[in-house]
Every structure is written in structure tokens, then in C-alpha cells.
Design a protein around this ligand. Structure first.
Ligand code: 13P
Ligand code: SF4
Length: 370
């Protein structure tokens, strides 16, 4: 066992290091730690980070990988809610590290547990909860909101399993309350034929979310007023422009895009669905893709025989994902190698217990649906 250092190696030591040195040091620390560490990387991570990942995936796949990981340490190259989910699903002795604590998600920050509990109380007061209402949260939310769903017969979903999970919940409940991404909620609800006027928007800053009692009693789906600032940059006129300028191109988007973009696109799905669709398309095919730019650029490089471009003319980059840089990864791994666990993500036990219920329910139902 390496000696435990009194002092953590400072991040500053890495900031001016040349790229090649950082890459060599990351690999050396990985080698030294061997099977004690597994590095997970989300598809939106930059190339110089994702190239060091042992496993890559979309947010659902990464949560399953975390639940099965044997390693003592999970270094999560992704954002905060993903690392929290890894801590919830991992074994009790496992420790999860997020190389930059600033790697959050602006969408997840749009719903706090206090706001969600307050909204639930308001629904109770006006009699909506006399109907069977299921709270469902997108993976992009705090552990506390996942725990709320766990306690109230609800579930977590991701963009890759929203359809099968909505199908189950629509059959078994009168109504669903979906946090915090209005677009994924609306896009999925609309796929089941729920009319848009039965999909009601809940604004946490307004009484009754800005709705009348009748609207809430009559709604089939209530969606939280949250959105992704990256996917919000994709607009329907961009799809029209692609159709006009490049009629041969297919438009492929993430369901976090606004509804009017998704309805005009050819296909929509999770980051893994986007990758698989491009991988399986024939040489010469052309794709305008509406998702985070690091993933689109990587696809463009991987498939020089296909025509791949970002749907929007401007940069759609997830600035928080981008915060995990090789500097942070080298810093986290070299500290681990000398016995210092930096930036550990620890979810409080009671929250963990109920968030685990909601996450396990998601995994079980997704696996059952096949
Ligand atoms: P995926 O579940 O498709 O990986 O998406 C996660 C995410 O945060 C997209 O913005
Ligand atoms: Fe959050 Fe959007 Fe970044 Fe995904 S792309 S992590 S939803 S801010």
C-alpha cells in the first residue's frame, strides 16, 4: 500500500503541463492503480479525456456500468448527477471521484428538492393526488429528487429508456409529473399521442406552477419548466434550412431538443442511439446532428466516408462537461495513486437508500422490457 500523504498534490502543479506529459502521467497512474480504478467517460467528454476512459456510454449505460464495477475507485468523467448515481448504485465500499466539482448540469439545477416537494403539496391541496400520480425524474437531477421519486412509487429515466418507462407508467397511473426536462417529457408524451394541451408546464416560480386547478386536474402529463441550455440552441428553422440546402441529409437529434425540432427531425434518441445510427449507416450517408459538439466532432472524425455536421451553425458545447480536462484527471489519479482521495462524491445515506430504489426500479423495468 502506498504511504498516505498528509498533503494533497495541488491541482496547480498540472495546469501548465504540456498535453503529452499529462497523457503519459494519466496512463502511468492508471497502470499503477491497476484494477483498483475504473475510469468511466460520457460521450460528451472531450477527446483528450475520453481517450483515457476504460468504459464509455450514455447516461443509462454508465449507471449500469457503475452498478457492476468491481474496482475500488470509480473516476467519473461526466457531470455531477452521473457521479452521484454511480455512488448510489455502487457497492458500499466503493468510492466515486468527479475530477472537477464544477462539472454540474444547468438543467439538473433547474429543480431543487424543496421546489419539487412544494409542487407536490400544492397538487395534494387541490386534489390532484386523489388520482394516481407518478413522479418521474430524468437522470439529470439531484439525488434528493431521485429519492423523492423512489419514495412515491416513481422512477428515474434517461433518454434511452424514457419510451418503455412512459409506456409502463401510463398504463399503471392516471398522470405523471416529470422533472426537470420539459422537452424530454413533452417529446416522449407526444410519442404516446398525448395531446399537447394535456401536457401542462409547471413553472416552479408561480402558484400552481402557473396553471389553473382545472388544467392540472385534466392534465395527463405535467412537465417541469427545465431545459438543457445546449440542446435549447437547436431551432426548427435550422432543420428547415438543412432540408433546403442539403435535401440528402437526414436530421438526427437528442430528445432534449425542443419539441418543434424533434417533430421536424428524421430520428431522435440518446447519445448511444445517435452513435449507433451513424455507425450502422452506409458510406456516403449524410447527417445533420443536434447534440453536443464534442460527440458530433468525434463522429465526423471517425467516419470520413460519411458527411456529418452539427445541425446548428453555432457551437453547442456543454461547458460543464468540458470542465473535466486532462489536468483534472491526472491530478485525481496521481493523488489516488499516493493514497489521497480527492473530489469524492458521497450521497447522504437516507437519500441514497431511496434514490437507489428509483434507480434500481429503472434498471429492472428497462431490462424486463428488453
Ligand atoms: P444521454 O443519456 O443520451 O447520454 O444524455 C445525457 C445528457 O446529459 C444529454 O444532455
Ligand atoms: Fe446537462 Fe445539457 Fe450538459 Fe447534458 S448537455 S449535462 S443536459 S447541460
Amino acid at each position: 500500500m502506498p504511504a498516505v500523504l498528509e498533503e494533497v498534490i495541488p491541482l496547480d502543479n498540472y495546469l501548465a503541463m504540456p498535453e503529452t506529459e499529462l497523457s503519459e502521467r494519466i496512463e502511468a497512474a492508471r497502470k499503477e492503480l491497476g484494477p483498483r480504478v475504473v475510469i468511466l467517460g460520457h460521450h460528451y467528454q472531450r477527446d483528450d479525456v475520453v481517450s483515457h476512459a476504460d468504459l464509455t456510454g450514455d447516461s443509462y449505460q454508465l449507471s449500469v456500468m457503475a452498478s457492476k464495477a468491481e474496482a475500488e475507485f470509480i473516476v467519473f468523467c461526466g457531470v455531477h448527477f452521473m457521479a452521484e448515481s454511480a455512488d448510489i448504485l455502487g457497492r458500499p465500499t466503493q468510492r466515486v471521484i468527479l475530477p472537477d466539482m464544477g462539472a454540474g448540469c444547468s438543467m439538473a439545477d433547474m429543480a431543487s428538492i424543496d421546489q419539487v416537494e412544494d409542487a407536490w403539496e400544492q397538487l395534494e391541496e387541490i386534489g390532484v393526488l386523489e388520482q394516481k400520480v407518478a413522479p418521474i425524474t430524468y437522470m439529470n437531477s439531484s439525488a434528493a429528487i431521485k429519492a423523492f421519486c423512489g419514495r412515491n412509487e416513481g422512477v428515474v429515466c434517461t433518454s434511452s429508456n424514457a419510451i418503455p418507462l412512459f409506456e409502463i407508467y401510463l398504463k399503471n397511473f392516471d398522470k405523471m409529473f416529470f422533472f426537470p426536462d420539459q422537452h424530454l417529457g413533452r417529446n416522449t408524451g407526444a410519442k404516446f399521442g398525448i395531446p399537447l394541451d394535456k401536457i401542462v408546464l409547471w413553472d416552479p416560480h408561480k402558484e400552481l406552477g402557473g396553471n389553473t386547478e382545472e388544467q392540472l386536474l385534466g392534465a395527463k402529463l405535467i412537465v417541469w419548466r427545465g431545459h438543457c441550455s445546449v440542446h435549447g440552441r437547436f431551432k426548427d428553422w435550422q432543420v428547415d434550412k438543412i432540408r433546403e440546402d442539403h435535401p440528402e441529409m437526414k436530421v438526427l437529434v437528442h430528445p432534449e431538443c425542443p419539441h418543434e425540432v424533434v417533430v421536424k427531425s428524421d430520428l431522435d434518441g440518446s447519445t448511444s442511439f445517435i452513435i449507433k445510427t451513424v455507425e450502422e449507416s452506409p458510406a456516403g450517408s449524410a447527417w445533420a446532428i443536434g447534440t453536443e459538439v464534442n460527440l458530433v466532432n468525434r463522429l465526423e472524425k471517425r467516419f470520413p466516408d460519411k458527411h456529418i455536421r452539427l445541425l446548428a451553425p453555432d457551437l453547442c458545447m456543454c461547458a460543464t462537461m468540458f470542465r473535466i480536462a486532462p489536468q483534472n484527471l491526472a491530478w485525481a489519479l496521481e493523488n489516488l495513486a499516493v493514497g489521497n482521495v480527492v473530489n469524492e462524491i458521497v450521497v447522504e445515506p437516507e437519500t441514497k437508500r431511496w434514490a437507489n430504489v428509483a434507480l434500481r426500479r429503472m434498471i429492472d423495468l428497462t431490462e424486463k422490457k428488453g
